[in-house]
Design a protein. Structure first.
Length: 196
Protein backbone atom coordinates (compact mmCIF):
# COMPACT_ATOMS: atom_id res chain seq x y z
CA UNK A 1 0.00 0.00 0.00
CA UNK A 2 1.38 3.39 -0.92
CA UNK A 3 1.90 6.13 1.67
CA UNK A 4 -0.82 8.29 0.12
CA UNK A 5 -3.35 5.42 0.23
CA UNK A 6 -2.43 4.75 3.86
CA UNK A 7 -2.97 8.43 4.76
CA UNK A 8 -6.27 8.36 2.89
CA UNK A 9 -7.51 5.35 4.87
CA UNK A 10 -6.40 6.88 8.15
CA UNK A 11 -8.34 10.03 7.28
CA UNK A 12 -11.51 8.07 6.53
CA UNK A 13 -11.05 6.09 9.76
CA UNK A 14 -10.74 9.29 11.79
CA UNK A 15 -13.81 10.76 10.06
CA UNK A 16 -15.84 7.68 11.03
CA UNK A 17 -14.51 7.84 14.58
CA UNK A 18 -15.55 11.49 14.89
CA UNK A 19 -18.97 10.80 13.36
CA UNK A 20 -19.70 7.85 15.64
CA UNK A 21 -18.53 9.53 18.83
CA UNK A 22 -20.53 12.69 18.09
CA UNK A 23 -23.65 10.70 17.19
CA UNK A 24 -23.26 8.62 20.33
CA UNK A 25 -23.56 11.75 22.44
CA UNK A 26 -26.49 13.11 20.40
CA UNK A 27 -28.50 9.90 20.02
CA UNK A 28 -30.96 9.81 22.92
CA UNK A 29 -33.69 7.81 21.20
CA UNK A 30 -34.27 4.69 23.37
CA UNK A 31 -36.18 2.89 20.59
CA UNK A 32 -33.12 2.74 18.34
CA UNK A 33 -30.67 0.02 19.26
CA UNK A 34 -27.23 1.51 19.72
CA UNK A 35 -24.42 -0.74 18.54
CA UNK A 36 -21.81 2.00 18.76
CA UNK A 37 -20.60 0.69 22.11
CA UNK A 38 -19.76 -2.58 20.35
CA UNK A 39 -17.57 -0.82 17.79
CA UNK A 40 -14.06 -0.32 19.10
CA UNK A 41 -11.94 2.40 17.59
CA UNK A 42 -8.25 2.01 18.12
CA UNK A 43 -7.37 5.69 17.95
CA UNK A 44 -4.27 5.09 20.05
CA UNK A 45 -2.81 3.11 17.14
CA UNK A 46 -3.47 6.01 14.81
CA UNK A 47 -1.90 8.47 17.25
CA UNK A 48 1.32 6.44 17.25
CA UNK A 49 1.89 7.44 13.64
CA UNK A 50 0.50 10.97 13.99
CA UNK A 51 1.65 13.46 11.39
CA UNK A 52 3.03 16.68 12.87
CA UNK A 53 3.48 20.15 11.42
CA UNK A 54 7.22 19.70 10.90
CA UNK A 55 6.60 16.66 8.70
CA UNK A 56 4.00 18.55 6.68
CA UNK A 57 6.40 21.47 6.18
CA UNK A 58 9.09 19.03 5.00
CA UNK A 59 6.64 17.60 2.47
CA UNK A 60 5.69 21.11 1.31
CA UNK A 61 9.37 22.00 0.87
CA UNK A 62 10.04 18.75 -0.99
CA UNK A 63 7.08 19.25 -3.33
CA UNK A 64 8.03 22.89 -3.87
CA UNK A 65 11.60 21.89 -4.77
CA UNK A 66 10.17 19.37 -7.23
CA UNK A 67 8.16 22.25 -8.77
CA UNK A 68 4.80 20.67 -7.99
CA UNK A 69 1.83 22.98 -8.41
CA UNK A 70 -0.02 24.30 -5.36
CA UNK A 71 -3.21 22.25 -5.88
CA UNK A 72 -1.14 19.05 -5.90
CA UNK A 73 0.66 20.07 -2.72
CA UNK A 74 -2.61 21.02 -1.01
CA UNK A 75 -4.28 17.76 -2.02
CA UNK A 76 -1.49 15.68 -0.51
CA UNK A 77 -1.23 17.85 2.61
CA UNK A 78 -5.01 17.63 3.09
CA UNK A 79 -4.73 13.84 3.10
CA UNK A 80 -1.95 14.01 5.68
CA UNK A 81 -3.98 16.34 7.88
CA UNK A 82 -7.13 14.22 7.61
CA UNK A 83 -5.11 11.15 8.54
CA UNK A 84 -4.39 12.66 11.94
CA UNK A 85 -6.44 14.27 14.64
CA UNK A 86 -4.25 17.04 16.00
CA UNK A 87 -3.90 19.13 12.84
CA UNK A 88 -7.51 19.16 11.65
CA UNK A 89 -8.22 22.49 13.37
CA UNK A 90 -5.17 23.94 11.59
CA UNK A 91 -6.04 22.73 8.07
CA UNK A 92 -7.34 26.09 6.80
CA UNK A 93 -4.28 27.89 8.16
CA UNK A 94 -1.89 25.42 6.48
CA UNK A 95 -3.75 25.49 3.17
CA UNK A 96 -3.87 29.29 3.15
CA UNK A 97 -0.13 29.38 3.79
CA UNK A 98 0.51 27.08 0.83
CA UNK A 99 -1.76 29.19 -1.40
CA UNK A 100 0.02 32.43 -0.53
CA UNK A 101 3.49 30.87 -0.50
CA UNK A 102 5.73 32.30 -3.17
CA UNK A 103 8.17 30.16 -5.08
CA UNK A 104 11.25 32.15 -4.10
CA UNK A 105 10.92 31.41 -0.38
CA UNK A 106 13.89 29.35 0.71
CA UNK A 107 13.06 28.46 4.30
CA UNK A 108 9.50 27.12 4.32
CA UNK A 109 9.51 26.50 8.06
CA UNK A 110 10.63 30.03 8.93
CA UNK A 111 8.09 31.53 6.51
CA UNK A 112 5.32 29.34 7.91
CA UNK A 113 5.87 30.38 11.51
CA UNK A 114 6.11 34.03 10.45
CA UNK A 115 2.81 33.61 8.60
CA UNK A 116 1.23 31.95 11.65
CA UNK A 117 2.27 34.81 13.95
CA UNK A 118 0.81 37.38 11.55
CA UNK A 119 -2.44 35.45 11.13
CA UNK A 120 -2.75 34.92 14.88
CA UNK A 121 -2.50 38.67 15.50
CA UNK A 122 -4.99 39.37 12.70
CA UNK A 123 -7.49 36.76 13.93
CA UNK A 124 -7.19 37.93 17.52
CA UNK A 125 -7.83 41.55 16.50
CA UNK A 126 -10.90 40.46 14.53
CA UNK A 127 -12.19 38.43 17.50
CA UNK A 128 -11.65 41.34 19.89
CA UNK A 129 -13.49 43.70 17.56
CA UNK A 130 -16.37 41.30 16.76
CA UNK A 131 -17.06 40.53 20.40
CA UNK A 132 -16.19 44.00 21.70
CA UNK A 133 -13.62 42.54 24.11
CA UNK A 134 -11.13 44.55 26.13
CA UNK A 135 -8.01 44.49 23.96
CA UNK A 136 -5.18 44.56 26.51
CA UNK A 137 -6.88 42.12 28.88
CA UNK A 138 -7.76 39.74 26.04
CA UNK A 139 -4.20 39.66 24.71
CA UNK A 140 -2.86 38.97 28.22
CA UNK A 141 -5.50 36.28 28.76
CA UNK A 142 -4.70 34.53 25.46
CA UNK A 143 -0.98 34.73 26.17
CA UNK A 144 -1.43 33.03 29.54
CA UNK A 145 -3.70 30.39 27.99
CA UNK A 146 -0.98 29.48 25.49
CA UNK A 147 1.50 29.26 28.38
CA UNK A 148 -0.82 26.92 30.33
CA UNK A 149 -1.77 24.95 27.23
CA UNK A 150 -5.53 25.46 27.54
CA UNK A 151 -8.31 28.04 27.65
CA UNK A 152 -9.00 28.77 31.29
CA UNK A 153 -12.74 29.25 31.75
CA UNK A 154 -12.93 29.04 35.52
CA UNK A 155 -12.16 31.97 37.76
CA UNK A 156 -12.59 35.64 37.00
CA UNK A 157 -9.99 36.00 34.22
CA UNK A 158 -12.50 35.37 31.45
CA UNK A 159 -14.90 37.92 32.97
CA UNK A 160 -12.19 40.59 32.88
CA UNK A 161 -12.02 40.50 29.08
CA UNK A 162 -15.78 40.71 28.51
CA UNK A 163 -17.43 44.03 27.72
CA UNK A 164 -19.76 45.56 30.28
CA UNK A 165 -23.30 44.40 29.58
CA UNK A 166 -26.32 46.22 30.96
CA UNK A 167 -29.03 44.11 32.55
CA UNK A 168 -31.47 45.72 30.17
CA UNK A 169 -29.32 45.27 27.07
CA UNK A 170 -30.75 43.78 23.89
CA UNK A 171 -27.45 41.92 23.39
CA UNK A 172 -28.53 39.18 25.77
CA UNK A 173 -27.22 38.34 29.18
CA UNK A 174 -23.67 38.00 30.37
CA UNK A 175 -23.79 34.20 30.61
CA UNK A 176 -24.74 33.86 26.93
CA UNK A 177 -22.05 36.36 25.93
CA UNK A 178 -19.47 34.51 28.00
CA UNK A 179 -20.39 31.18 26.38
CA UNK A 180 -20.09 32.64 22.87
CA UNK A 181 -16.72 34.22 23.69
CA UNK A 182 -15.42 31.00 25.27
CA UNK A 183 -16.38 28.99 22.16
CA UNK A 184 -14.65 31.48 19.85
CA UNK A 185 -11.57 31.61 22.08
CA UNK A 186 -11.47 27.80 22.14
CA UNK A 187 -11.56 27.66 18.32
CA UNK A 188 -8.86 30.32 18.14
CA UNK A 189 -6.73 28.42 20.67
CA UNK A 190 -7.10 25.09 18.85
CA UNK A 191 -6.14 26.71 15.56
CA UNK A 192 -2.89 28.19 16.91
CA UNK A 193 -1.89 25.87 19.76
CA UNK A 194 1.40 24.14 19.14
CA UNK A 195 2.30 26.66 16.44
CA UNK A 196 3.12 29.79 18.46
Amino acid sequence: MSDIDFQDYKGKYNDLYTEFTQNKDNNNNPEIENIQDDVVFEIELIKQVEVNIDYILLIVAKYKNENKDKPTIIEYVRKLINAGIELRSKRELIENFINQMNTSETDIQEEFYKYVREEKEKDLSILIKEENLKEKETKEFISSCFEYGEIITSGSDIDKILPSISRFSKQGNKIEKKQIVVEKLQSFFEKYSGLV
